[in-house]
Write a protein that binds this ligand. Sequence first.
Ligand code: 5GP
Length: 188
Amino acid sequence: MNTLKERILQDGCCLEGGVLKVDSFINHQIDASLMMEIAKEFAKRFEDTKIDKVITIEASGIAPAIMVASLLGVPMLFAKKKVPSTMNGILKSEVFSFTKSRSYNICISGEFLKKDEKCLFIDDFLANGNAALGMLDLATQAGAEIVGMGFIIEKAFQSGGKLLRDKGIHVESLAIIESLENCKIKFK
Ligand code: 5GP
């Protein structure tokens, strides 16, 4: 997706350890019209797939996921990172955070993820695939099916893309970064 790639080159910056900072348009301040273009592209790439629900993880996945859900006319469910005391039938999974270098739990209420529901997982970044595997675990616990995964940015120099595709998951990434070496953003 060229507009996204151009924006990453213009406003993205590299941090230590292979981290790309895109706080000015994706992760903190959000460019709503670019995000809508991103959502339309996801909707197009998954147009042949039957989807009952869009799922994501708070916080950065929510903006793209809700726009995709709106375009598809289905609900959006986000996994929470803190277990609320009011939640019924909690399903939990542990995820290792690449950016924070520690593990945390993600949880959803079993009320909202049902057996045989077909889910599209949307997230901002794909790095080593741990967040995606956590969502896959939650879906498996619920008896739901992940029919596709869409990432705004995939870092191809990390292992997540291969891991998910080797599992036979339909993965779509809108900007694939081959390398961030010497703080230069190189696309695949
Ligand atoms: P993974 O679970 O695939 O290893 O990492 C994906 C998650 O870590 C994303 O949801 C995102 O929040 C965060 N993340 C991974 N790499 C980056 C990065 O380069 N930049 C930013 N801003 N977040 C990242």
